[in-house]
Design a protein. Structure first.
Length: 363
């Protein structure tokens, strides 16, 4: 039994929203994989991972976030070590060496690195930055984020690497960097885009070109996004009903239980269902901002805002990908897409927000 005082302080609205999204994800995964050999029981695996995530989340909430921040650098170093190990001993899936195997289980160290990056940046900002960040602080924060990004990109997993960018930009804003300076950094990044283009693989270039010209290769690189749009459009207002989607059940839509789970929701629950999911995400991000505003110190505020920036940025990329507004880069929808380590990491981020919120009146 959990102590009554702990339960009274628990931020139930924030945790409840996260569990509602995870529950909708499990339902969508069950629907998307029904009748597919080898995938029928994936929703049970995700349910088991949700139980693990809840246990991890409760531990995170129970321990004061100041303690987590105190050990954040060590935790981040551990995550970086795991990212190095995965390059040499990781399991390769779909061309990416991103998974470590522990017995029958596999997990992605990059998901752990997302959580530790938020923690160590929050600790750094609260301890070492007073006023506007200088060049030295920008370089140091760039190293904190850049090391895991470089290791993840080497797997190669560019989609996951991109999800660190919103966290870094949020850290610059929290450090007091002016908007025009950040705009200058973004412009510089745009100017360096041709250099990045030269290092992209052929299939990555094709995905970018398909965004600019959706009909460029409808049966090849553009097939996934094309089927996603068909699924979304066919759902209309109220959808076809749960377990009645044709795009997923007839296997027209690839990765329907992972990156394109939102398309399954849109087909089976319609515009109303997809809008409901996005509203739940909005409520979750609002709770993150509310927790930051009510925090008793800068550390708590930074933890909440950086965790929220990560989740919001990843949702934006996934939604843009599903709608064909961004290239298909393998970014899952937080809390809803199939994947154990991603689910545990996202629940951990929400738990950090709930941790700060639950201690707003604690001296």
């Amino acid at each position: 039994m959990l102590p009554r005082r702990f339960l009274d302080r628990l931020d139930l609205p924030t945790l409840g929203i996260a569990l509602a999204l995870a529950g909708m994800g499990i339902l969508a995964i069950a629907s998307a994989t029904s009748g597919q050999p080898g995938r029928v029981g994936l929703w049970r695996v995700q349910l088991l991972w949700l139980a693990v995530a809840v246990c991890v989340g409760l531990v995170i909430v129970a321990v004061d976030y100041h303690v987590w921040a105190e050990f954040s650098l060590a935790l981040h170093a551990g995550a970086v070590v795991l990212l190095v190990v995965v390059l040499f001993a990781g399991k390769e899936v779909s061309g990416n060496r991103s998974w470590l195997e522990i017995g029958p289980w596999t997990f992605q160290p990059s998901e752990v690195a997302k959580v530790t990056t938020c923690l160590v940046l929050a600790a750094y900002l609260s301890e070492r930055v007073r006023g506007e960040v200088g060049l030295r602080q920008i370089v140091e924060m760039g190293a904190i984020v850049g090391l895991p990004v470089a290791l993840v990109a080497a797997q190669p997993d560019m989609g996951t690497a991109i999800t660190f960018v919103p966290v870094f930009l949020a850290a610059l804003l929290l450090g007091g960097l002016r908007w025009r300076v950040i705009a200058g950094i973004l412009v510089l990044g745009a100017l360096l885009a041709p250099l990045a283009w030269m290092h992209l693989k052929d299939y990555q270039r094709e995905r970018v070109l398909t965004v600019l010209d959706p009909e460029r290769d409808p049966a090849g690189v553009g097939y996934q996004v094309r089927q996603s749009k068909i699924a979304i459009g066919s759902g209309k207002l109220a959808g076809k009903g749960l377990f009645r989607g044709t795009q997923s059940h007839l296997n027209f839509l690839p990765a329907q239980h992972t990156d394109f789970v939102l398309a399954v929701v849109a087909e089976e629950l319609g515009f109303l269902g997809a809008a409901g999911v996005l509203l739940l995400f909005y409520a979750l991000f609002y709770r993150g901002i509310l927790a930051a505003r009510s925090s008793q110190d800068r550390l708590g505020s930074h933890v909440c805002l950086l965790a929220t920036a990560w989740l919001a940025g990843q949702v934006a990329v996934n939604v843009g990908m599903v709608l064909g507004l961004l290239p298909t880069i393998g970014v899952p929808l937080p809390l809803m897409s199939y994947g154990g380590s991603a689910l545990v990491a996202c629940v951990s981020a929400v738990a950090l927000v709930a941790n700060v919120r639950s201690r707003r009146f604690v001296n």
